[in-house]
Ligand binder design. Structure first.
Ligand SMILES: NC(=O)c1ccc[n+]([C@@H]2O[C@H](COP(=O)([O-])OP(=O)(O)OC[C@H]3O[C@@H](n4cnc5c(N)ncnc54)[C@H](OP(=O)(O)O)[C@@H]3O)[C@@H](O)[C@H]2O)c1
Length: 263
């Protein structure tokens, strides 16, 4: 495991000043079972199992966890679990999407953005949030241009409440705009969906802060070596966020990233 830790390494997230491990852990499955597109149903692990998973992630050199208010009680659980692991992880959370009673609603207004960040601080038991992304509903450009969410996050960054912000986008044009405006975007790429290849190549050339999501097509294309090889050779993002609640998958994903980076 020592080799994996050394080799997983860290990279700057664009010009945010944050250094993130090449593999980040996605935590949708820590807190939510409904309305997901995974190939199989699953049971949320007990807190003890989640604690062990976080211990393994830290041992492997993972230093970033991805969560959101829309991931059920994922933020709340992370707040409890990280109380004894205060300095081991940075957290990326989101604003804009709420998921209640089996359905999503969206609010990108400045007032909601502030309330959501304050709630995340309480749930995650942190004084400062490392990364906050606008959780797009698909209207990426309209949200970036007119909602006021990005301006509000910029004010919160200047006030020291958050360290970095950006947008988790749905379309290439939205990803491009988010990178121009904020320097940070969470962008989907996998073996079934190459539609963001151009924007990812541009981001690489310009040294933008990219977090790749859905790298295994939400578990539908778990061809780890092929996916990681393409991601790191072609796009070289700061990090790839892979969701898992399975310790064996987490170990395999870390080893897969190390193999891809070393190629
Ligand atoms: N709009 C947004 O902001 C947004 C949207 C989607 C996702 N995300 C973030 O990105 C993360 C990843 O997205 P995702 O969960 O949709 O997609 P993903 O990472 O492509 O796939 C996760 C799925 O793949 C399975 N898996 C993980 N490692 C595996 C392995 N080595 N072999 C076989 N199966 C494996 C997981 O199941 P097991 O638990 O069984 O390993 C899980 O069901 C999420 O957790 C979330 O943090 C953000």
């Amino acid at each position: 495991m020592g080799d994996v830790i050394r080799e997983l390494g860290k990279r700057p997230l664009g010009d945010t000043g944050l250094e993130v491990s090449r593999l980040a852990l996605g935590t949708v499955k820590f807190g939510r079972t409904e309305g997901l597109r995974y190939p199989r149903g699953f049971t949320i692990p007990e807190m003890g199992q989640l604690d062990q998973l976080l211990g393994l992630a830290a041992d492997l050199g993972v230093n970033l966890l991805d969560t959101a208010p829309a991931y059920g009680d994922s933020e709340h659980k992370l707040g409890r679990l990280l109380a004894s692991r205060r300095d081991q992880f940075m957290i990326c959370t989101k604003v804009g999407e709420e998921f209640e009673n089996g359905r999503s609603t969206f609010d990108f207004s400045p007032a909601h953005t502030r309330r959501s960040v304050e709630r995340s601080l309480r749930r995650l038991r942190r004084d400062v949030l490392d990364i906050v992304l606008v959780h797009s509903d698909g209207r990426d450009e309209e949200i970036a241009r007119t909602s006021g969410a990005l301006e509000t996050l910029d004010e919160l960054r200047q006030a020291g409440t958050i360290r970095a912000y950006g947008m988790s986008t749905k379309a290439p044009s939205g990803a491009r705009l988010a990178l121009e405006r904020t320097g940070v975007a969470m962008i989907a790429w996998n073996l079934d969906d190459d539609s963001h290849a151009d924007v990812l190549e541009e981001a690489r050339e310009r040294g933008k802060g990219v977090l790749i999501k859905k790298a295994l097509a939400s578990g539908h294309r778990p061809d780890l070596d092929q996916a990681m090889g393409t991601i790191f050779q072609r796009f070289n993002p700061a990090t790839v966020v892979i969701g898992t609640i399975d310790p064996e998958h987490l170990k395999a994903n870390a080893a897969g990233v190390v193999r891809a980076v070393g190629r």
